[in-house]
Design a protein around this ligand. Sequence first.
Ligand SMILES: NC(=O)CC[C@H](N)C(=O)O
Length: 298
Amino acid sequence: MCGIVGLFLKDKSLEPQLGAMLSEMLVSLTDRGPDSAGIAIYGASGDGKGKVTVQSPFPDRDFPGLDAELSKQVGEPVKMTVRSTHAVLETGLAKLDAVREAVSELRPDARIMGMGDAIEIYKEVGLPEAVAERFGLAKMGGTHAIGHTRMATESAVTTMGAHPFSTGPDQCLVHNGSLSNHSNIRRELIQKGMKFETENDTEVAAAYVSSKMADGLNLGEALESTLDDLDGFFNFVVGTKNGFGVVRDPISCKPAVMAETDQYVAFGSEYRALANLPGIEGAKVWEPEPSTVYFWEH
Ligand SMILES: NC(=O)CC[C@H](N)C(=O)O
């Protein structure tokens, strides 16, 4: 199993409600994945600022004072927003790498969940309702978001094993299925310099897409190439700074449904995740075809 939801807004007036809508969608699929849950949410970008999301198993020890220490270390103000076990660190784009390196040095137990102009990532072990609640998802706004509730097949049930996986700037990927050639692909990606945090197959798919995009492919081309190189079962839903993409393997045995209106594009593992979206009665609703890439960009 595993449950995936995604919402890519076209209508700006819905942006303040993005988190509330995604939260309801994700909770509706709780029985597809009881192990852990996570979301990637994209906010406004283009103001010259970027964000690093970090997680700590010891937030009470690691987060107090971290903003002041980082500001001093990188020589520019760093604004910190703490949500439970995660903190989002915001600073000028040119200092993002310096912030990431300083976090690893100053707080060795903290883990980098993602970074970029617009992305924030929140994920933990537990049911979607508890995970959404602890991070205050329902109050978050943004342009697009992807959520996942996991029933593990390939690696331990841990925070880092939860989806989404973010392996490149502003990129994230969630997966329903299991890959059969992930060990080989992992070896090839390690040779190209990619680093891995877990033994998870989905992390390999995320890193594969990031590596293709770093080579210059656009989101659609990178997703096309997964059909050539990744074996096994997959529904992938992928986010970039401005984009949202979907691809299913040639057999497509994992469920998927999509809906599009003038206001949004939505993905759900099952229709019940889409049932309460505004205007769903008049939406174009379809099952994405096997071996077919769908993507939208702002
Ligand atoms: N049930 C699934 O779809 C699992 C997805 C992925 N293989 C994981 O273990 O995280």
